[in-house]
Design a binder for this molecule. Sequence first.
Ligand code: CDP
Length: 236
Amino acid sequence: MTSLPDAHKSLPRTIAIDGPAASGKTTIGTLLAEELGYLCLDTGIMYRAVTWQALAEGIDPEDEESVTKLAEQIEIDVLPKSVEDGRPFDVLINGLDRTWEIRSPEVNQNVSLISSYPGVREAMTRQQRKIAERGKVVMLGRDIGTVVLPDADLKVYLDASLKVRAQRRYAEEIAHGNCVHLDEVIASLKHRDAIDSTRKVAPLKVAPDAVVINTDNLTIAQVIDKIKTILVQRDP
Ligand code: CDP
């Protein structure tokens, strides 16, 4: 196992972890942040929160103007987990716990469309940059290294084949007692990947200065170890 530098002297202020759906960002990011004593901000939950709230209010996901207005007003909070039910943290929307609701199939189906709206991205990006100003943050998403924090001190792009990502997401769904078919999971990931990587604003892509890690044949511990090796070897 790789040890981190003494007293975390030369650790980066901001770490960006990007990658496609179910590439392991949340698991890896949460563990890495815990080990470093950093805040982990999973920006996917912000887009999921906007999507869930829009659906809950009966707003048509194709109504860009209304969705954007909602994104500018919504209050999203991420707090340490209050329940041991597999959640990495609590997600509150306008003060209410919506941790699991934002993972519903309806949200999965609509989140990429809603994330493609420039006004929605602007509202979320503004909040994300504000949080990063404090430093000591691991930020997870699609556009963190390219758009949100182009000057991030360390950029990692986590990748994995569609087959492996679908199997991981399928196992997660089954573990949560959700009745899904592998084919549906594959279709849902493909659908989101396609929209996320072809949208006009902030598409999913590898930042030129990012380290790409393919996690197909790596355990969680191996991925963490690889990132720690990069942390130790990088120029401060
Ligand atoms: O956890 P999973 O990989 O399934 O996805 P997520 O990180 O929760 O993100 C859900 C969706 O939010 C993505 O499919 C993107 O459409 C959008 N998203 C984005 O556009 N930009 C980000 N920085 C993070 C997420």
